[in-house]
Design a binder for this molecule. Structure first.
Ligand SMILES: C[S@@+](CC[C@H](N)C(=O)[O-])C[C@H]1O[C@@H](n2cnc3c(N)ncnc32)[C@H](O)[C@@H]1O
Length: 383
């Protein structure tokens, strides 16, 4: 069986140079061999990187509390859908259900029960091997969760929340370089090796993106553009009749993203917990990511009927939402309390995921939504 590397080389020999976007799409999603399409589990100790749900169960508990807040904001609909896009190892879903099923204090029990009875949890997982692992981990909650491969398997018109953590940074991106005019990076093959070449920009939407976000790049500046987010938002807008789009990811506002300081872009690769900038090695075995331009989510979302209600760093969002209360509620009596609190650092502090990861929540058809998470900082006006 040919390797993914050979398959990409063969395509380039047949069709000529391909855009970096097409290369990245094959490297991550080629059926059976792409990084997110193979049997290998990318996350956790045996994988290549950790995500917030792996750092501490309080993350999932906190998300559960925010979902309950959203449900209250919507005046408790009878069916509240939570659609988790790309469920990873399943930790987030497990921690949400564990929290909602834990009744170790008198306070809030009724609220949790009422919420659980309306909750319709759907995991959208395109990788069947990963879906099987999730099902094994979530054995105890299996009859409460529905798995689908694609969001379009859900009947449009749902009320609730579509959640994603580190989803959008794994969408394939275009790479452009500013020379006398804007050029796009294509991938060619020479002596059996991948070679980057620069070609004219062929995609109208790339030029439109520059105009829409008023981006001006100095000479030699190299960066990424994620156009897939637009199509993704269209799908979300089709499915969600009323509720929230809750997105957490590495990212910046457009001004920060395309700032002079960031002249080499944000593309990174993860292989066995090591970071590199070379997407042409370990093809199909390493993750390739690019930060998210949250201004695009905001602006394109607005065109599709979403209103951004808040945007801020993850650490601030978790503290403002009351993660301390969760810790006391869940672990207040535990002799391990100091260790448990120490374990939270990675979620909150700037050296961990507290600053690199940003939270954005957009609403649709919800009157005057209010969420505690944005009560300290809310940077909507900077987007
Ligand atoms: C970096 S992982 C994050 C997993 C998980 N959310 C977490 O935080 O641990 C990205 C996930 O997004 C999934 N993914 C990528 N594109 C997707 C799409 N269009 N629909 C659903 N999942 C997708 C990948 O298969 C992968 O599981």
């Amino acid at each position: 069986m040919p390797s993914l590397r050979d398959i990409i080389i063969e395509r380039i020999r047949r069709e000529g140079p391909i855009t970096f976007r097409d290369f990245m799409e094959m490297a991550l999603y080629y059926p059976g061999l792409g990084y997110y399409a193979s049997q290998r589990l990318p996350l956790g100790r045996e994988g290549d990187f950790y995500t917030s749900p792996h750092l501490h169960p309080a993350f999932g508990a906190m998300i559960a509390r925010v979902l309950m807040e959203m449900w209250s904001n919507m005046e408790r609909p009878e069916e509240f859908y939570v659609v988790e896009m790309g469920g990873g190892a399943g930790h987030l879903c497990r921690d949400i259900f564990d929290y909602l099923s834990t009744q170790n204090t008198g306070k809030g029990i009724e609220q949790k029960d009422a919420f659980l009875s309306t909750l319709r949890y759907v995991i959208v997982e395109l990788n069947p091997y990963i879906a099987e692992r999730q099902k094994a981990l979530l054995e105890g909650y299996r009859d409460r969760i529905r798995w689908v491969k694609h969001i379009n398997e859900i009947t449009p018109g749902i009320e609730g929340c579509i959640f994603s953590n580190e989803l959008l940074d794994s969408f394939p991106v275009h790479i452009v370089v500013m020379e006398d005019r804007l050029r796009e990076i294509y991938i060619d093959v020479k002596n059996d090796r991948f070679l980057e070449i620069k070609q004219e920009v062929n995609e109208d939407n790339l030029m439109k993106y520059f105009r829409q976000f008023s981006i001006q790049l100095p000479p030699d500046y190299r960066t990424e553009i994620n156009l897939e987010i637009r199509g993704w938002l269209e799908e979300m807008a089709m499915i969600l009749k009323r509720g929230f789009l809750f997105t957490i990811d590495y990212g910046y506002t457009s001004d920060e993203y395309y700032d002079e300081e960031r002249s080499r872009g944000t593309l990174l690769c993860y292989y066995r917990h090591r970071i590199s900038k070379d997407p042409y090695e370990h093809i199909g075995e390493q993750d390739i990511t690019a930060h998210v331009n949250f201004s695009s989510l905001h602006l394109w979302g607005r065109e599709l009927g979403f209103r951004t209600i808040g945007y801020c760093p993850q650490g601030i969002f978790l503290v403002a939402s009351g993660i301390d209360e969760i810790i006391i509620e869940l672990y207040g009596d535990s002799p391990d309390y100091p260790f448990i609190v120490t374990g939270l650092k990675g979620l909150i502090l700037p050296q961990g995921m507290g600053e690199t990861h940003r939270v954005m929540i957009q609403s649709k058809g919800v009157e005057r939504p209010r969420l505690r998470g944005f009560s300290i900082t809310n940077h909507v006006n900077r987007l």
